[in-house]
Each structure stands twice: as structure tokens, then as C-alpha cells.
Write a protein of this length. Structure first.
Length: 592
């Protein structure tokens, strides 16, 4: 254990001397207040320390003590339903000790030591185990079965194992290692946050993470284990999109990181999530959620740690074989914390003052996502999908954080302020957004939803692009100058925008749409377009085609409940064909 003294204090950066025996990324306790910090640079016996708490009042000569261990998180029963700060200190326990205001130097264990958990073993004495193998389970909440695993780097034979109620620090089993020594296994294990948890093999991203949001699932899908960025200006709905994904995405566990966002936004999450009913289980959403709150008024350096804390907890649940969705809101605030620390370290600044290593740090974070075969001997499959919000100043995505993120992620949901002001939710701009997973998942859609899913999607994208080109002409010469087929294209595109892409997050039926219903909705719009195109060729009047009463039913179809969707769909299709055929025959009769 290395003990040094403070030489210089510059905001969250403390420089200490006499630290020759300490290592990079060791956790240190700074001053008599025992503030938590982490060594981020070493020069001889001088260590630059990033302090995760308020440093006002510190002065030269005060002691700095290295713990000799890297910044780690405690992993075990008690994570779900918890609300942590950026370095995994439980905010409810801190509040009991220090009241509503966060005090410095508070030392609270991350997992509660007094709660006893009922442990049920699933292996017997004499079983050979390796890192990642499940040795038993704890029913953590009504819907999360917490699997107790052998720590990653251990292997050997289970010498003894007990059933019963234990705290997270009590021994539940004894492992005899290959060298003959024994080690007690507990419900809890520790893992350094900056090191990705190991796995056997990464799988191809060929299966979608179904979210129930039509613009995402149909046009810009994210794969299970994929990475997506949601950049957008202030007020364009980034947080609402992330809330919708947390609620509806096909994930067993949600880890939500509020990194440097406004306190009132995090308060909304804290108030809403316990009240939101999880549609899959009928229980509260908090029963499968871990929250990490590091708001903009909390110490800036802890933002950097909060991202790593969150993804390490998410990897731990992935290793149990769960599908985990991680929401990072937002990586821009994390990058700003990096910029501040870099400036105080007097490093050479890169573009817009961000450090030169911004891109590599973002890549290290996003690369920890993926669908993998876990370490255990039974080849379990787990997935960790990461959705990071980006808050570019003034909505300008040419700034460094957005650009560095876009080089790494494969899905870009570009939120548009003008769509948000028109009350179009989700305000994802279909002309600038993209998903690079579409081609790898094409077979999955063909096999599991419909053989012509990709064709329908392609046609819808094409109509939206043609609409954008025609809109330019309309602005110049007016709607009357367009030919009938072009007017029909505009009408079909309007139907796609208003009836299909626009979704009401607060409507009980429209808030989530299954893939089967999304396919039917696409089909209805395209059927109207195809039948009307044929009718135009046969002499039908464009005005009558545009004002068909069936179009209202196509628009209302999104509010039809799933059990009635098939019947309503067939009825609308039948009526569309009848009405459009009538128009054609009337046109023929009038000509005659």
C-alpha cells in the first residue's frame, strides 16, 4: 500500500508525490476526508489522480493512500432495483447517512450486507467447474432469477456447497483449485470496470432486437448485441426514445445510465420506472432495471466512471445468458468530462478541445456490446445491446463526439427538431438515418415474419425518398403542376409518414406494434398505392382516389388491437379493392 502527499489540486485533478509503488488505475483515498479517486497518469513518483468527489478545501501536504486495487464493481444479488451514483455507491444508503445532499467521503458498500438471499444450488459436491459456470440461483425479484457463477479466472472441483439463506459475503461453497488450494465462493464477486468481461465467442449480429417502434424495427433495425446512436438537438425526444426502448425492447434486463444529464430528467426516470408496468410480466419496470444516476451537478470526473460501471454490470447479466439493453444518456456529457480532465492534465488538445484519444475511448466502450457464447461449459448465449444518446451542441452532428460515435456504431437514428416541433414522434429523420445491420438480418425477417418483408421495406424507403424530391418541385411550382402518378406518390408517402411512422408513445395500443402487425400496416399502404396506380392507368380520377373513405380505416389500423388485427386487415383489403375497382368501372362507363 502506497502512501503519498498532495502536491497540487486543480479542480477534480489532484497531483500527489511519493506514489512510486502505486499502479495506473489504482483506486486511492485522498486527504483526511478519504475522497475516492483513480490514478490516470504516472510520472516517476508523481501520480495524477482523477477524484470522483468535490475537492474544494484540499491543500498540499495532505495524505493520499493507494488501495492497490483498480476501480471495481460488486456483482451479485441486490443489483436489480438499485439506484447507484457513477462509482456504484447506492444513493438510498447514502441518503440515510447524510440526508438529501451528497456528502464527501461517504463509504457505503455497493451491495447491502444485511440482506439474506435464498440460495438454491444446482451442482453437487465433486462437480468439476470452470469460470462462468452456474453453481446455483437466487430469486432476486419476481422476474429476475439471479444465477450465481464461478468467478471468471477460477476453475477446479466443488468440495462442498450449501443451500439456505446467506448474505452476499458469506461462503456458499468451497472450490478446490487445480493446485490443491481451496477458495470460498460467495454470492458476490468483484470485477474491474475498465476491463471487459471475457466470453468464448462473439456471434454474428443476424437477429433483431425487437423494440415495437415501427420506424426502428422496419426501417432502421438494431441487432441483438448491436450498437446504436441517437443524436439529436435539445427537445427532439432522445430521452423519450430511450424510455420507450427500455420499456418495450426485447430485453430481460435494462441498465439505464444517466450520465451528466439534467437532474430533472433523471428524476422523471426515477419517478416513472417504478410506476411503469412491464408489459411482458405485469410487474413494475424496476423489477428488471438497474439505474446509474450521475447528473450534471454531481462531480464531473465520476461521469467517466459511470459509463464503465454501467457496462460492467450489463456484461455480468449477459454472462448469465440474458439479453441486456444498456441506455447511455448521454455520451456527449461523458466526452465533456474527458475534455475537462484532459485540459487539466495539460494534454495536447484535439478537435474542439477534446482529447486526441476520444475516438479510441468511445470505441472501447461500444465494442463491449455483442451477442456472445458465454464462458461457462454449457455454451449459453447472452446479448448486450448498447444504445447511446448523443447531445451535439446546437444539434450539429458534424462535431467530434457525434462523428467519432458514427465511425463506431452501425445504427444511426438521427432525431430532427423540425419533426419534433410538428409533434411527429419518434422524430427519427428517415432521410438521414441508417442501419448497417439490415442486410445481415434479411434472412431472419424472411424466415420469421414474411418472405417479402425486405421488398416492402425497400419500396417504403423509395417512396419516402421520391416524396422528398417531389416536395422540392411542389415548393417551386405548386401541387397543380404535378402529374396524377406523382400526386399519388405524395399521397402514399403521406400515408407512410402519418399512418405508419408516426407513433403515439402514450396510447395503450399504438405504443407497441408487433412485427406481424407492422408488416400488415406496410402492406395496406402499398396495396392502396398499387391498386390506385393500376386504376389511374385505367382512367380513374386522382381526386376520387385521394379521398377514398377506406384511407381513414388504413390510418386507424394502428389503433386496432392485435387479436382483431387479422380480421380488420382482410376487411380493409377487400374494401380497398372493391372501392378502387368501382372507380375504374365508373370511369370506363363515363368514357363509353
Amino acid at each position: 500500500m502506497s502512501i503519498g502527499t498532495i502536491k497540487k489540486v486543480a479542480g477534480p485533478l489532484v497531483i500527489a508525490e511519493g506514489m512510486r509503488d502505486a499502479n495506473m488505475f489504482d483506486v486511492v483515498r485522498v486527504s483526511k476526508h478519504r475522497l475516492i479517486g483513480e490514478i490516470i497518469e504516472m510520472h516517476g513518483d508523481k501520480a495524477s489522480i482523477q477524484v470522483y468527489e468535490e475537492t474544494s478545501g484540499l491543500g498540499p501536504g495532505e495524505p493520499v493512500e493507494s488501495t492497490g486495487a483498480p476501480l471495481s464493481v460488486e456483482l451479485g444479488p441486490g443489483l436489480i432495483r438499485s439506484i447507484y451514483d457513477g462509482i456504484q455507491r447506492p444513493l438510498d444508503d447514502i441518503m440515510k447517512l447524510s440526508g438529501n445532499n451528497l456528502q464527501r467521503g461517504v463509504e457505503v458498500p455497493s451491495l447491502k450486507r444485511d440482506i439474506k438471499w435464498k440460495f438454491t444450488p444446482c451442482v453437487k459436491s465433486g462437480t468439476k467447474v470452470t469460470g462462468g459456470d452456474v453453481i446455483g440461483t437466487v430469486q432476486e425479484t419476481d422476474i429476475v432469477l439471479h444465477k450465481i457463477m464461478v468467478p471468471c479466472k477460477l476453475k477446479g472441483t466443488i468440495k462442498s456447497i450449501k443451500e439456505g439463506e446467506f448474505t452476499v459475503t458469506e461462503a456458499i461453497a468451497v472450490l478446490e483449485k487445480e493446485d490443491g488450494t481451496t477458495q470460498d465462493l460467495t454470492l458476490m464477486q468483484k470485477w474491474p470496470v475498465r476491463v471487459g468481461r471475457p466470453y468464448k465467442k462473439k456471434l454474428s449480429p443476424d437477429m433483431p432486437l425487437i423494440t415495437g417502434q415501427r420506424v426502428i424495427d422496419t426501417l432502421f433495425p438494431i441487432a441483438k448485441g448491436g450498437v446504436a446512436a441517437v443524436p439529436g438537438p435539445f427537445g427532439s425526444g432522445k430521452t423519450v426514445v430511450q424510455h420507450q426502448l427500455a420499456k418495450w425492447a426485447e430485453a430481460d434486463i435494462v441498465v439505464y445510465i444517466g450520465c451528466g444529464e439534467r437532474g430533472n430528467e433523471m428524476t422523471d426516470v426515477l419517478n416513472e420506472f417504478p410506476e411503469l408496468i412491464d408489459p411482458k410480466t405485469g410487474k413494475t419496470l424496476m423489477e428488471r432495471t438497474v439505474l446509474i444516476a450521475n447528473t450534471s451537478d454531481m462531480p464531473v470526473a465520476a461521469r467517466e466512471a459511470s459509463i464503465y460501471t454501467g457496462i460492467t454490470i450489463a456484461e455480468y447479466f449477459r454472462d448469465m445468458g440474458y439479453s441486456v439493453a444498456l441506455m447511455g444518456d448521454s455520451t456527449s456529457r461523458w466526452a465533456e468530462a474527458l475534455r475537462e480532465m484532459s485540459g487539466r492534465l495539460e494534454e495536447m488538445p484535439g478537435e474542439e478541445g477534446y482529447p486526441a484519444y476520444l475516438g479510441s475511448r468511445l470505441a472501447q466502450f461500444y465494442e463491449r456490446a455483442g451477442r456472445v457464447i458465454t464462458l461457462g461449459s454449457d455454451d449459453t448465449e447472452g446479448a448486450l445491446s448498447v444504445i447511446g444518446a448523443v447531445s451535439p451542441p446546437g444539434g450539429d452532428i458534424s462535431e467530434p463526439v457525434s462523428q467519432a460515435t458514427l465511425r463506431i456504431v452501425k445504427v444511426f437514428w438521427g432525431l430532427d427538431a423540425s419533426l419534433a416541433y410538428k409533434r411527429h414522434f419518434p422524430a427519427v429523420n428517415w432521410l438521414t438515418s441508417y442501419s448497417l445491420y439490415v442486410d445481415t438480418m434479411a434472412n431472419w425477417y424472411k424466415e420469421n415474419v414474411a418472405s417479402d418483408w425486405m421488398d416492402c421495406r425497400g419500396r417504403i424507403m423509395h417512396l419516402l425518398q421520391e416524396e422528398a424530391e417531389l416536395e422540392e418541385i411542389v415548393k417551386l411550382v405548386g401541387m397543380d403542376a404535378l402529374s396524377a402518378p406523382d400526386r399519388l406518390k405524395l399521397e402514399a408517402a403521406r400515408s407512410i409518414r402519418e399512418d405508419f411512422l408516426h407513433q403515439n408513445a402514450f396510447h395503450e395500443t399504438d405504443t407497441y406494434t408487433s412485427l406481424d402487425k407492422q408488416y400488415k400496416m406496410m402492406h395496406l399502404v402499398l396495396a392502396y398505392f398499387d391498386l390506385s396506380t393500376m386504376a389511374l392507368k385505367n382512367g380513374a380520377d386522382i381526386e376520387k382516389l385521394v379521398s377514398l373513405p377506406e384511407r381513414e380505416r388504413v390510418g386507424r389500423f394502428k389503433y386496432v388491437q392485435n387479436e382483431n388485427a387479422e380480421k380488420e386487415y382482410e376487411d380493409i383489403m377487400l374494401n380497398l379493392e372493391k372501392s378502387i375497382n368501382n372507380l375504374t368501372t365508373k370511369g370506363d362507363n363515363e368514357d363509353a
